[in-house]
Design a protein around this ligand. Structure first.
Ligand code: GTP
Ligand code: MG
Length: 403
C-alpha cells in the first residue's frame, strides 16, 4: 500500500500543473477558474539516494526505479477542484468533492505566491492578494470539512449514548472516522491535546468540536504549503515575507518550470532528472528562441536560487519530513543483495520512523510470514537482528523465516 497525497488550493493556483509536472499526466490546465471538476489521478515518485552506490552494485529495481544512484519510489497523487471561502456552506463547487480526498495521507496546498488571483481564482492586479490569507482560509475550510464529517446530522444523539464511557466513545469515534484514515492513536492524542479527555462529549461546545476536528485533521491529514508561481513577479518577495514572518515550512516552487523540464526530457530534447539542480540541452535545434529563453530563465531565476524547481522538494518533504518515513530494502541473499531470483535491491519500501522489524514484516512483507518470522540479518554487517529491532533509514535486510 502506498501513500495518497491530495493536491488542494483555490482555483487557478496551479494544482493540475503541479500534478502534470510531478506525474507527467495530461490533466486539463487553463487560466479560467474551476478548470478541474472531476479529480485527476497520477503516480509521482519520491527521490532518495539509493544504497546501490554505497555498495557499488548495479541494481534491478522492481517496485521503484533508479537513475544514476537516485532511487525513485512511487506514491499516488490526486488533484481536485478548487476550493473557495465558505465552500463548506456550498460556495463554488461546495466541498463535496473533498470526499475524493478522504483516503489521503497528507495534503499539498498549492498557493499562488505572486498574489495575482482573488479568492475565487479570478485574475487581479499582481500583488493584490495576500497569499498568507490563502493559507489561513484553506486550513479553516479543511478543518470545517473534518468537523462536518465528524458531527454529521446526528452528533447530539451520537454523544448521548457514550456520555459516560470514554473507552466506548473512542471506539465509536474510531468507527465513525476510520473511513477518512484516522486511527485510534490520533483520536486519543487529539482528545488529550484539545483538553477534552475529561469532558463528557455531550457537554462539548461547538468551539470544542471545532478545536478537536482541527487537531485531528492536523494529525491525520497534515497540510504542506507550496508557494507556486515563484517564477512570477512578486513571487520571491512574498515568499521571503511569508517564510520570515509566518511559517518556516513553505516550499518555493514553479510547477510550470518543472512541467517544461519533464516534458522536454520525455521528448529527449534535454537531459534532466527530477529534483536535480541542472539540466543539459541535447538538441539546440529542437527549441525556438522563446523556448531557449524560457530554459535560461528556469536556470537563472529558479534553479540557481532554490537548487531545484520545488516539485520534487515538495513531494520529498511531504513523505520524509511530514509523514516521517524512512526507506528500507528487503533482500534474500545477503552477499549479492538480491532477491531469490537474482534481482539486486529489487524493492525499496517506505516505513514510518520507529517501525520495528516485526511490524515491518507483518505490514509490508506478508501477514502470514509474520507468524513464522524468526529474525532478520543486516546485509551490510551480517549481524542478526531481533524482531524488536528498530529499522534505520537505508537498512538492507534479509528476513529469515521458519518455513
Ligand atoms: N507562471 C506560472 N504559471 C503557472 C504555474 N503553475 C500554473 N501556472 C498557470 O496557472 C494557470 C492555472 O493553472 P492550473 O494548473 O489549471 O490551476 P488549478 O489550480 O488546477 O485550477 P482549477 O482546476 O481551476 O482549480 C494556468 O494558466 C497555468 O499555466 C507556475 O508555476 N508559474
Ligand atoms: Mg485544476
Amino acid at each position: 500500500m502506498t501513500f495518497l497525497i491530495g493536491i488542494v488550493g483555490k482555483p487557478s493556483a496551479g494544482k493540475s500543473t503541479f500534478l502534470n509536472a510531478a506525474c507527467l499526466t495530461n490533466a486539463k490546465v487553463s487560466e479560467l477558474p474551476f478548470t478541474t471538476i472531476e479529480p485527476n489521478k497520477g503516480v509521482a515518485y519520491i527521490k532518495t539516494k539509493c544504497v546501490c552506490q554505497d555498495l557499488k552494485v548495479d541494481d534491478n529495481p522492481k517496485n521503484s526505479y533508479c537513475v544514476n544512484g537516485d532511487r525513485f519510489i512511487p506514491i499516488n497523487v490526486l488533484d481536485v477542484a478548487g476550493l473557495v471561502p465558505d465552500a463548506h456552506k456550498g460556495k463554488g463547487l461546495g466541498n463535496q468533492f473533498l470526499n475524493d480526498l478522504i483516503r489521503a495521507d497528507a495534503l499539498i496546498h498549492i498557493i499562488d505566491i505572486s498574489g495575482s488571483l482573488d479568492k475565487t481564482g479570478k485574475r487581479i492586479k499582481m500583488g493584490e492578494n495576500d497569499p498568507y490569507d490563502d493559507i489561513l482560509f484553506l486550513e479553516k475550510e479543511i478543518n470545517l470539512w473534518f468537523k462536518q464529517i465528524l458531527e454529521r446530522e446526528d452528533w447530539d444523539k451520537f454523544v448521548k449514548s457514550y456520555a459516560r464511557e470514554n473507552k466506548k466513545f473512542i471506539e465509536e469515534l474510531y468507527k465513525r472516522l476510520s473511513g477518512i484514515k484516522v486511527n485510534r492513536k490520533q483520536i486519543i492524542q487529539a482528545l488529550k491535546n484539545s483538553s477534552l479527555e475529561e469532558l463528557s462529549p455531550s457537554l462539548w461546545s461547538d468551539k470544542d468540536l471545532l478545536n478537536f476536528s482541527k487537531i485531528l485533521r492536523e494529525k491525520s491529514k497534515p497540510i504542506i504549503v507550496v508557494a507556486n508561481k515563484i517564477d512570477r513577479e512578486n513571487g520571491m518577495e512574498n515568499f521571503n515575507r511569508l517564510k520570515n514572518n509566518y511559517t518556516e515550512k513553505i516550499i518555493p516552487c514553479s510547477a510550470l518550470a518543472e512541467y517544461f523540464l519533464r516534458t522536454y526530457h520525455q521528448e529527449k530534447k534535454i537531459e534532466y532528472i527530477p529534483g536535480s539542480d541542472s539540466f543539459r540541452i541535447l538538441d539546440n535545434e529542437g527549441f525556438n528562441q522563446n523556448e531557449l529563453e524560457g530554459l535560461k530563465n528556469i536556470k537563472e531565476k529558479i534553479i540557481n536560487h532554490f537548487s531545484e524547481t520545488g516539485v520534487q522538494a515538495a513531494l520529498n518533504f511531504t513523505v520524509f519530513s511530514t509523514l516521517n518515513q524512512i526507506c528500507v530494502y528487503p533482500i534474500s541473499d545477503i552477499n549479492k543483495f538480491s532477491d531469490n531470483k537474482g534481482n539486486i535491491l529489487p524493492d525499496a519500501f517506505l516505513v514510518k520512523k520507529g517501525t520495528l522489524l516485526r511490524n515491518f514484516v507483518r505490514d509490508k512483507i506478508h501477514t502470514d510470514l509474520a507468524n513464522h518470522f524468526i529474525f532478520g540479518i543486516d546485509a551490510r554487517t551480517k549481524r542478526r537482528l531481533g524482531e524488536n529491532y528498530e529499522l534505520k533509514h537505508n537498512d538492507i535486510i534479509r528476513i529469515v523465516t521458519a518455513k
